[in-house]
Ligand binder design. Structure first.
Ligand code: TRP
Length: 452
């Protein structure tokens, strides 16, 4: 029998876990990545496929990932090794943990660069640089930031240090309280922005873009991107949710917990979309702005609305905060593993991982300027890191989680961990993990590479 409590500690309450997992899920993925990928891929149909992936693949896999973590009570690598042993399976399941550690490290490297953009924008908003800005001026401000590698490096460094500081102290201290106050504040501010969009933006155009599906505009690759976005935004498939699950008490309901996290995450992404697209259409911009979308669009609103300096600064502060609580969960699996297996102390382990990710992040930020000519399949380093992790490694991790929970663990172990009292919910969930999620992932992969 594996331990019932992790050596790294335990969440004080179920709510603390929900907050931490929500902190991990809600981040740049919702506010920066979702709108720009939806914009690049034609809106409506993409959003619908994304929502279907959240519900049919993301939610069941999240329950599976938490279940594994809580049963194994260790870093994802050791959790998989322990559970494989317990079920009499091959040790190669430990590889799944390794893929996760790799994916987390790769994501952190570019995530910190983008969080650095948000940090830079806190100061731009605070000093009133947005007032009277038109679309062209806003694009210029953003372009100038990307063209300046020293500036990007400074912000990237600050963000990485912030992240390492929290992880070094142990993820629980401070995180719970901060998330309780700042997450709701972010939601309130997004609602304020949606209000502004309703009053001043082209709200109906935005609504139509986001929710009126045009399936002819949906390429097989867009379906892959929608699935990748579902994994990315829910922090699924690399062990972040697994390691948080390993700190969850045995009594807490995995189903309810996952439901709350998924609901909160989806609401934030949709609010961000509802805030941004009406402003964008009112300014006559094309939705295909790429990664700069929110950084070009939102300053237009902050530059014009009453108290724009206040709201703008607060918005980017909260965005940085949301990115921070997400970044923490990206290194936690690697750090937990190094503490368990190499007997390193947390501070040292964190420093090593953060420094490696920081170094790779430098390559990512240089790909935006000095190295912009070096591309592979037309993508620079940052783009490659993003594409490889979100669209390939995370769904692959999710696929393996679904296989392990749905096909390799005995149903008795699964049931004893999940303890769903409502039989109907259990049946639906088990069907989704066993059949729907893995088959869907496989089909999307095969279709994207043109094999079907
Ligand atoms: N979900 C976060 C976001 O939307 C990013 C993130 C944090 C993540 N931890 C993760 C993504 C683990 C994938 C895997 O911003």
């Amino acid at each position: 029998m594996p331990a019932t409590v992790s050596i790294h500690g335990q969440w004080s309450t179920r709510l603390a876990f929900v907050l931490a997992a929500t902190g991990s899920a809600v981040g740049l993925g919702n506010i920066w990545r979702f709108p720009y990928i939806a914009g690049d891929n034609g809106g409506g149909a993409f959003v619908l496929v994304y929502l279907a992936c959240i519900l049919l693949i993301g939610l069941p896999i999240m329950m599976g990932e938490i279940l594994l973590g809580r049963r194994g009570r260790q870093s994802p690598i050791n959790t998989m090794l322990t559970l494989a042993r317990e079920e009499g399976l091959s040790r190669s399941w430990g590889l799944m943990g390794w893929i996760g550690v790799l994916a987390g490290f790769l994501i952190l490297s570019f995530y910190s660069v983008i969080a650095g953009w948000a940090l830079a924008y806190v100061f731009k908003a605070g000093t009133g640089s947005f007032s009277g800005l038109d679309a062209e001026g806003s694009a210029e401000v953003f372009g100038a930031m990307l063209a300046n590698p020293e500036g990007l490096l400074a912000w990237h460094t600050i963000f990485m240090v912030m992240t390492a500081m929290v992880v070094a102290r142990g993820v629980r201290s401070g995180l719970e309280r901060a998330v309780t106050i700042l997450m709701p504040a972010l939601v309130v501010l997004l609602i304020v922005l949606v209000g502004y969009s309703m009053a001043q933006g082209a709200f109906m155009d935005g609504l139509r873009f986001l929710f009126q599906p045009d399936f002819t505009a949906l390429s097989p690759n867009a379906v892959l991107l929608a699935m990748g976005q579902a994994f990315f935004t829910l922090s699924l498939g690399m062990g972040a949710i697994m390691v948080y699950g390993s700190y969850l008490s045995s009594e807490a309901s995995i189903a309810k917990t996952s439901g709350s996290v998924v609901a909160a995450d989806t609401v934030v992404a949709l609010l961000a979309g509802l805030a941004i697209f009406p402003i964008l259409f009112a300014a006559g911009l094309s939705p295909e702005q790429g990664p700069g979308l929110i950084f070009v669009t939102l300053p237009l609103a902050f530059g014009e609305m009453p108290f724009g300096v206040f709201f703008g600064t607060l918005f980017f502060v909260l965005l940085v905060f949301a990115a921070w609580t997400s970044a923490i969960s990206l290194i936690e699996p690697a750090v937990a593993f190094m503490v368990e297996n190499l007997q390193l102390n947390r501070v040292f382990a964190t420093t090593v991982v953060a420094m490696l990710a920081w170094t790779l992040g430098i390559a990512a930020l240089l790909s935006l300027n000095v190295w912009s000519d070096y591309t592979l399949f037309d993508r620079g380093v940052l783009d490659i890191l993003d594409y490889l992790t979100a669209n390939i490694l995370l769904p692959l991790g999710g696929f393996l989680i679904a296989l392990f929970v749905g096909w390799r663990m005995t149903e008795r172990s699964v049931q004893s961990e999940l303890r769903l009292t409502l039989g109907g919910i259990y049946t639906v969930w088990y069907f989704l993990v066993r059949y729907v999620a893995p088959i869907a992932i496989l089909l999307v992969f095969l279709r994207a590479v043109g094999l079907i």
